[in-house]
Ligand binder design. Structure first.
Ligand SMILES: [Zn+2]
Length: 403
């Protein structure tokens, strides 16, 4: 199955033992094996022409941004849900649907004469997948963003056995260790109940895709309160319910029924965290026509860092922060690598340098950050070579972008 015109590459092989391709970041993660090129999670202006196959792990904006402007003929492998999310965003930009999407799901992969692709749950948000390429000679896995614990909406990421593992490193630093999920869920429910029973308007913030489906179900099922959501969260909740299961009762915040709940001073409001601005309680009280000043709580893995809350309180007057994340924490990343037992690990996003160092030190598995094509030398192209330059991958990336 040839997706696009092939571009020939010379495989650089300084190590006769096991170097069989190259992995690097160039507006998306590129994996080249023999004369096959796989492009994962393309960013804007990604090199679609060189890719035999484009694979998209999930629908967060920083993983699909390249697809938003891509021509409708580009052929992509993604889950039905990720395809649906991409369609939704493209429609808003008046772009046509990507008509050549190959649907991949857990246990439903793709087989050609030259390679096969298997898909595994990533546990990160609805429709999120990890992919494993089988070239017949080696197995190469890419996690995309993963969560390695079960939540009320997603199962824990699958362990995909492979020789070479490319793993995300968003929270690949020792300071990011999250409490047990159930403990955290109970803490959030307790906080919500205390404030709502005191008649205080309450706004919880998190990413629209993933976190807000989790919060919708947690609050509506756990406490039975009306959950009031923004338009974008409403759309994502509907997709979740269409493909997965019910989330409980939620209303669009500007619907007639939603307005009534707000006027009566009830319900819990969920908003994407890009709505956080200076003097957020004042501004949101005005824009949402609330009866009184709301309390704002932010749900993000970054809250595991103690200084996060104080900085956010100072900047935006938030009332609380909970380290509820759609990503694996530091310990879970190590646990995942340990369970996969790869020969070689590559780390990308967030804290790739530290995570690679810790994998080598604690698990005794060879590991290095994925290098950015612009900064690599020929030596670091090869899978088993140490980087010769200071690595700067995509470490400015936030957990997600405006979602
Ligand atoms: Zn993500």
């Amino acid at each position: 199955m040839i997706m696009h015109k092939r571009q020939k590459f010379t495989i650089i092989n300084h190590n006769e033992v096991s170097v069989m391709g190259r992995i690097f970041y160039d507006r998306g993660l590129m994996i080249e094996v023999d004369d096959l090129n796989f492009l994962f999670d393309p960013r804007a202006n990604a090199d679609f022409d060189s890719a035999n196959l484009v694979l998209v792990t999930h629908g967060h904006r920083d993983h699909i941004s390249g697809l938003l402007e891509a021509s409708e003929g580009v052929r992509v492998g993604a889950s039905r849900i990720t395809h649906e999310i991409t369609r939704l965003v493209r429609e808003k930009r008046e772009r046509k649907i990507l008509e050549n999407t190959v649907y991949l799901e857990r246990n439903f992969g793709l087989k050609t004469d030259e390679f096969s692709i298997e898909a595994y749950d990533a546990g990160h948000c609805m429709g999120s997948l990890q992919f494993k390429i089988d070239t017949g000679e080696q197995l190469i896995g890419y996690t995309g963003d993963i969560n390695f614990c079960e939540s009320v909406t997603e199962r824990r990421a699958d362990v995909m056995g492979c020789d070479v593992l490319v793993i995300e490193a968003t929270f690949g630093s020792e300071e990011y260790v999250f409490p047990e999920r159930e403990e955290l869920d109970a803490e959030i429910l307790d906080y919500v109940e205390r404030n709502v029973s005191d008649g205080i308007p309450l706004i919880l913030m998190g990413y629209s895709l993933g976190k807000c489906q989790e919060l919708t179900r947690l609050i509506s099922r756990g406490l039975g309160y009306d959950v009031l959501v923004s338009r974008q969260i409403f759309d994502f909740n509907r997709i979740f319910e269409r493909y997965k299961s019910g989330l409980g009762k939620y209303l669009q915040i500007d619907s007639e029924e939603g307005r009534e709940v707000i006027e009566e001073g009830g319900g819990v409001i969920l908003l994407p965290q890009f709505r956080l601005t200076k003097d957020a309680p004042d501004r949101l009280a005005k824009s949402l026509n609330l009866n009184s000043l709301p309390k704002i709580a932010v749900c993000t893995g970054w809250a595991a860092n103690r200084s996060f809350f104080f900085a956010m309180q100072q900047a935006y007057k938030i009332d609380a922060a909970f380290p509820l994340s759609s990503h694996a924490d530091f310990n879970q990343l190590l646990e995942c690598v340990s369970a996969v037992e790869p020969r070689q690990v590559y780390t990308t996003f967030g804290n790739p340098v530290n995570l690679a160092k810790q994998i080598k030190k604690r698990l005794k598995i060879n590991a290095q950050p994925v290098v950015n094509r612009m900064q690599q030398t020929l030596d670091v192209y090869t899978m088993n070579q140490e980087p010769q330059t200071t690595i700067k991958t995509d470490n400015q990336k936030n957990e997600e972008t405006r979602m």
